[in-house]
Design a protein around this ligand. Structure first.
Ligand SMILES: Cc1cc2nc3c(=O)[nH]c(=O)nc-3n(C[C@H](O)[C@H](O)[C@H](O)COP(=O)(O)OP(=O)(O)OC[C@H]3O[C@@H](n4cnc5c(N)ncnc54)[C@H](O)[C@@H]3O)c2cc1C
Length: 339
């Protein structure tokens, strides 16, 4: 909190159920969520249209002289005869010789990990110093998202402003807004925001693990809407719209407005669900992130500095060696493994 303040990232932290409720009701008169014991209001939160953001980033990179080869698929790597270093990247358009490789492939982290012949099972030191061997390195999670077809203005605050992105975690029982049946009495969470690109209220709920630990046999491709296996189900629509109604009276009776469609997608997670930023095979830098999102964009600058020889203390907690050394990141108390 203090650090955030120092960098001008203003936020308000409210503790206690009654104060939390009063704070939220001041913003939304129809707030009715139960079991909320704290509120963190980040004043500078927001969201960006991802397509425009990526085009903007591409322009910036090209202005620095970067050549982007879109529509090119990496198929494998060539290695030196006397070392484990990568000397060339094999693509569907031919071989690209290289001195350094930097991989930042989101949910395809394991695909590249396998291409680089890195270990799919690792050793993790437990808190008592015991060594747990043969622990699978990767696990896929299904990230669920969808849209409610109402005007984005529908979620304005009582003062007529656009609301922050709202993220709610609670263990209060959740009942279906359509048939009142119990959906869950375990910890659950959702997030939502008005979205002008999707023309509605867009958001998601807690992800869930898919496939076996190790990720063997999970087909990452085709990804997203084209996937036969990894898109949202009808249960997600019922859960998410019921959760919206749990939070705001204005969403009661609106579940029929949930937009049917193939949304959501896979995420690829490490054993502690935090990223690995590290060098492998002498000249390969992996940015193996577990879906932490756009806020991780500054990592690119730190990684560039590392590749040029300047070690970053900020990246130090994310080394691959943390598993063997038992310096894992703490397990999230929320139903979202990345928070
Ligand atoms: C359903 C869903 C919703 C999300 N919502 C948000 C959100 O609201 N905010 C947020 O910040 N984050 C969100 N995320 C997280 C999101 O993954 C990141 O924000 C962002 O896309 C990560 O960027 P990236 O570059 O690491 O990975 P990606 O955007 O996944 O990019 C990886 C790239 O690697 C390419 N690639 C894969 N294999 C190969 C190959 N063999 N050869 C060449 N190229 C290859 C892929 O085509 C892709 O373009 C969401 C994720 C999901 C699944």
């Amino acid at each position: 909190m203090h650090n955030k303040k120092n960098i001008g990232y203003e936020s308000v932290f409210i503790q206690g159920e009654k104060d939390s409720e009063n704070y939220m009701k001041k913003m939304f008169g129809d707030w009715q969520a139960k079991g909320i014991t704290s509120v963190l209001h980040e004043k500078r939160g927001g969201y960006a249209n991802n397509t425009s953001a990526i085009y903007g980033l591409a322009d910036k990179a090209e202005a620095e002289g970067v050549r982007i080869l879109t529509g090119t698929t990496v198929k494998g790597f060539q290695y030196g005869s006397n070392s484990s270093a990568v000397t060339g990247v094999e693509t569907d358009k031919g071989l690209i010789k290289c001195d350094h490789v930097i991989v930042g492939a989101g949910p395809w982290a394991k695909t590249f990990w396998d291409m680089l012949e890195l270990p799919n099972e690792i050793t993790i030191k437990g808190s008592g110093g015991n060594l747990n061997t043969n622990i699978p390195m990767w696990h896929y999670w299904m990230l669920t998202e969808g849209v409610l077809r109402v005007d984005p203005d529908y979620l304005k605050t009582d003062s007529g402003d656009m609301p922050p992105v709202i993220h709610v975690d609670t263990d209060a029982p959740l009942y279906s807004d359509t048939d009142k049946s119990l959906i869950t009495d375990k910890l659950w969470g959702i997030y939502y925001k008005p979205d002008f690109h999707f023309n509605g209220i867009q958001g998601g709920s807690s992800p869930y693990k898919v496939g076996k630990p190790g990720g063997e046999g999970v087909n990452v491709d085709p990804y997203g809407p084209k996937s036969a296996d990894f898109v949202i189900s009808d249960e997600f629509g019922d859960m998410w719209t019921s959760a919206l109604a749990f939070c705001h009276k204005r969403f009661e009776g609106k579940s029929h407005l949930f937009k049917k469609g193939a949304t959501g997608g896979l995420g690829c997670f490490t054993p502690d669900s935090f990223p690995v930023f590290d060098q492998f095979r002498e000249n390969v830098y992996m940015i193996a992130d577990s879906n932490h999102g756009y806020k991780m964009i500054g990592v690119g600058k730190l990684v560039a500095d590392e590749v040029l020889g300047e070690k970053s203390s900020l990246l130090e907690p994310f080394r691959f060696s943390r598993y063997e050394q038992g310096n894992l990141h703490p397990t999230s108390n929320s139903p979202f493994p990345w928070s």
